[in-house]
Ligand binder design. Structure first.
Ligand code: HEC
Ligand code: HEC
Ligand code: HEC
Ligand code: HEC
Ligand code: HEC
Length: 448
């Protein structure tokens, strides 16, 4: 009896100790895998590429430089949201490996790792450190420089720098846009930034035929400008993506199926250098959550009054679907989310009642990392929300609004991010006045 209680007590102490440790230990939510564990070695840079700075490439590729400068890639280091979050997270070295991946962008060299998980790097001063290049974040060379050559898909022979041809442009993206989390203590459905896994799952899924027919009709009515050259219809998508037997299965490593550049780098005919041959090139735009127009391209939205009036109640329905992005909307860090607001308004525009829904991936981080729920929008799966106006209500108008959030206000405060640009914005707003008889739409979608 006594021995038994000693054993039980010991077990309880061990368990409590273990859980306590899980709550205080530093949290590594992803795995530092070999894909990005080592900075890009630039020791063989040919003299024509100078210090590998974007302005040096701009001397010949001006248009590409001007586009890149407007993007979040150019701000991957200086972005105040990144800087705040990084410092809040103890300024871990591993973050630099994607936000500033070239060896010259790092104040300290990575000589090796002390631990298996590669969270504890052996660092040494880096005499080649170039602070100006560090400020360029995901600069031209981060994507284009490999082992003394410039990689690209055209296979040109007219460049003054060595060139190596890539089979597929999407190969470039996966270095940083796959953040894996496969460890004994993680229970993710998708890795922490699951963009690639989400695309794979949406390819494997068989969307409902009726849903697709309905959404394609809505897209036509809304004149949705998908503005992308891949996968604008599920058929095209499936054909491009599943060449072998249409099973929907992707062969691991076949990045062609991912379509990142098809959607994020629209095509344009232009010369690579002033006065050069015109070629089919891709614009260096990479729009995403920071750009309201891009987010609107991902979504097909309808807000209407349901036809029949039941029990003297009027019913309104908001339909929201991801028709423009192959991954979930939103994708990337789990902080990004959408909110849906359905409001009853009185004659003065005051809110009488409001329903709010959050479209977000919710992860439990401690003591174990577990995907709790995920209400984000997979492609081709419409989501419906209903708003009911009871008989005798003072409601004069109903309103639906959809907003995009880079991060939640509570998290903004917790990490101390003093934002100068908005952390959330409207992507859809429509009001429908309640008049006796036939309902009547007054305002189109998407205007501020
Ligand atoms: C002195 C001028 C010059 C500089 C500097 C220069 N390039 Fe080029 N680059 C060219 C020319 C010329 C071509 C070939 C144009 C053509 O074939 O139409 C080219 C081709 C390319 C290609 C296409 C390769 C392919 O086959 O797909 C890429 C990508 C590229 N450059 C990137 C860069 C980057 C990144 C930098 C800076 C690190 C850079 N270039 C610096 C002149 C330059
Ligand atoms: C060297 C690492 C790296 C590579 C390679 C890379 N990215 Fe990124 N990407 C980033 C980082 C880091 C951010 C976030 C920057 C920030 O806000 O701090 C980002 C952000 C983005 C965004 C989000 C824009 C927004 O407004 O939210 C898109 C879209 C994107 N990348 C697309 C691509 C595509 C397509 C490719 C391949 C052609 C690619 N990236 C290659 C690191 C990379
Ligand atoms: C996030 C990754 C990324 C960054 C950063 C980047 N590029 Fe590119 N770039 C690509 C990809 C992918 C392609 C291939 C597009 C395609 O399929 O033609 C490309 C193609 C090119 C080409 C050949 C034309 C074409 O579209 O194929 C040139 C020239 C070029 N880039 C120059 C630059 C310059 C200059 C910078 C910096 C100012 C830069 N790139 C930054 C990913 C990147
Ligand atoms: C069929 C078109 C399509 C394909 C394919 C696609 N994207 Fe996107 N992506 C979009 C659209 C539209 C948005 C804007 C909606 C949004 O912000 O979620 C977006 C947003 C993003 C964002 C911003 C995060 C967010 O949700 O706000 C990132 C990062 C991104 N994409 C990366 C990628 C990468 C990496 C790939 C390839 C592995 C890829 N995308 C493939 C259309 C696409
Ligand atoms: C494997 C590459 C990789 C590593 C390592 C990495 N990031 Fe990122 N980070 C990205 C990419 C790609 C994006 C853009 C897509 C997204 O929003 O998830 C991004 C986006 C972000 C954003 C959102 C920026 C914005 O303006 O929307 C923050 C904040 C951020 N990272 C912080 C960190 C911190 C802190 C670390 C280290 C703990 C880190 N990252 C490590 C690739 C990486």
């Amino acid at each position: 009896m006594k021995r038994k209680s000693v054993i039980l007590l010991t077990l309880a102490i061990v368990l409590i100790g273990f859980l306590a440790w899980r709550f205080i230990r530093p949290m590594n939510i992803f795995v530092v895998d070999d894909r990005f564990a080592w900075p890009i070695d630039t020791s063989q840079t040919p003299p024509v590429l100078g210090k590998l700075g974007a302005t040096e490439c701009a001397a010949c590729h001006q248009d590409f430089y001007e586009e890149w400068q407007t993007t979040i890639h150019a701000q991957a280091w200086t972005d105040p949201y990144f800087q705040t979050d990084w410092q809040f997270d103890d300024a871990q070295h591993s973050c630099r490996l994607c936000h500033t991946p070239l060896d010259r962008q790092l104040p300290r060299k990575v000589l090796g790792y002390r631990d298996k998980d590669k969270w504890d790097p052996v660092l040494a001063d880096n005499p080649g450190f170039d602070p100006k290049l560090q400020h360029e974040g995901v600069t031209c060379a981060a994507c284009h420089y490999r082992e003394g050559k410039i990689v690209g898909v055209l296979g040109t022979r007219d460049a003054p720098h060595p060139v190596q041809q890539l089979q597929d442009p999407n190969q470039v993206c996966v270095r940083c846009h796959v953040v894996e989390g496969d460890r004994w203590d993680t229970f993710f459905r998708f890795p922490p930034c699951g963009t690639v896994a989400e695309i794979e799952s949406s390819l494997a899924a068989t969307p409902d035929k009726q849903d697709i027919a309905y959404l394609l009709k809505l897209m036509e009515e809304n004149e949705t400008d998908v503005g992308i050259d891949a996968g604008s219809a599920p058929e095209t998508l499936r054909q491009t993506l599943a060449p072998a037997g249409n099973s929907g299965e992707i062969i691991a490593g076949d990045t062609r199926a991912l379509g990142c550049v098809q959607c994020h780098m629209p095509m344009v005919m232009r010369p690579l250098v002033a006065g050069g041959v015109e070629r089919m090139t891709r614009r260096h735009l990479w729009r995403g959550g920071h750009d309201p127009d891009m987010v609107r391209k991902a979504l097909t939205i309808e807000f209407i009054e349901a036809e029949q009036i039941e029990n003297n109640q009027r019913r309104f329905r908001l339909t929201l679907a991801n028709t423009g992005a192959a991954h979930y909307v939103p994708t990337g860090t789990p902080d990004r989310h959408l909110t849906v607001h359905l409001r009853l308004l009185d004659g003065q525009g005051r809110v009488l009642d409001e329903q709010t829904h959050t479209i977000k991936r919710t992860v439990m981080w401690r003591p174990f990392i577990v995907d709790l729920w995920d209400t984000r929008l997979p492609r081709w799966q419409p989501r419906h929300y209903e708003l009911i106006v009871a008989d005798g209500s003072e409601t004069v108008k109903v309103e639906a609004e959809v907003r995009y959030h880079l991060l939640a206000e509570a998290r903004r405060q917790r990490i101390g991010y003093d934002n100068e640009t908005p952390i959330n914005y409207m992507v859809f707003n429509k009001q429908i006045p309640l008049r006796a008889g036939i309902p009547h739409d007054i305002q189109g979608a998407g205007d501020d």
